[in-house]
Design a protein. Sequence first.
Lengths: 159, 159
Amino acid sequence: MDAEEKRTHDELIDYQTLRIRDLLEQILECCLMRTAYLSSRFGIPQAELRCLMLFRGERYLTVKGIAQKLDVAKSRVTKIVDGLERKHLVNRIPDPEDARFKLISLTREGREKAEEIEELNQDIHRALLLDLGPESRKTVMASLEALRSSMESVKQGLV
Amino acid sequence: MDAEEKRTHDELIDYQTLRIRDLLEQILECCLMRTAYLSSRFGIPQAELRCLMLFRGERYLTVKGIAQKLDVAKSRVTKIVDGLERKHLVNRIPDPEDARFKLISLTREGREKAEEIEELNQDIHRALLLDLGPESRKTVMASLEALRSSMESVKQGLV
DNA sequence: ACCATTGGTTCATACTGGTAACTATTGCCG
DNA sequence: CGGCAATAGTTACCAGTATGAACCAATGGT
């Protein structure tokens, strides 16, 4: 590659860099809109929604476990669970085997709500998939997979 | 398509729905990490960073204009600009032609900081692009474009 | 029996964002 | 020209997201 080629190559990279930045920004925006939509649609704050979703297939969770899964401080979880408890979506009971733990579980109401939210979220993603059309689906998924993996590796490089 | 084919087709869609949901979640996570990283790296809150970036190619901005571009309430902008002013990154001067307006502009320090941030952000996206590799780049960009457009159209359907 | 560990809560602090009420200035209309 | 509606920005208050430090209660080992 001679000097001339290298220059146009660099320009292409610069152009693509701006382009991918803008695309990601807009996609990010859409994702945030979706979570905000679910939140306002169900009248439940986003953090509480995320917490609710953790109970899929789990009967009991602890504050510590939730904190790890949501990647937030324990104290934050206390407040999130407070909110969910006020709305009668979860219960807190002491662990019969070790009174330090509190077992947090969904109430019947909570299970129903979680189900409902999950369903709507699925519907949205299904709509997205269908809108993409049968030909694009596979390439888009493969691209997202590649993107995800590259993002992770760039992330490692930042630390 | 007979009943049997339809069933497996639906199963495929369900599987892909879950998969795209997870992929988007992880990509979202990475994007949020990046903004948090820039914020902590420069010791400037995310909202203030976003505001700073609006000055590219603009000498003066108004509270109203910033509010529109950031899509937040005017009162929020007042606070964001307060923060930037405290850090001596922007100036507020009254518009000489209409005293209702205040003209907000970058200080020299602000211009330098904005430049620096912009550069790091570019670097990150360039690294991402390079990590994708020359063959993937074009398909990934095209996929993101398709995804963005489908997301917008799904969004319209939600309102 | 004591003490370090562990799980959870409380409190202070900071950032993001919204609404409503308020001030100040402008411009128009009677 | 005086008054009033519109406009720009600020202030005050509220809710949500998140952290870290200090703290309490229970456990478990020495």
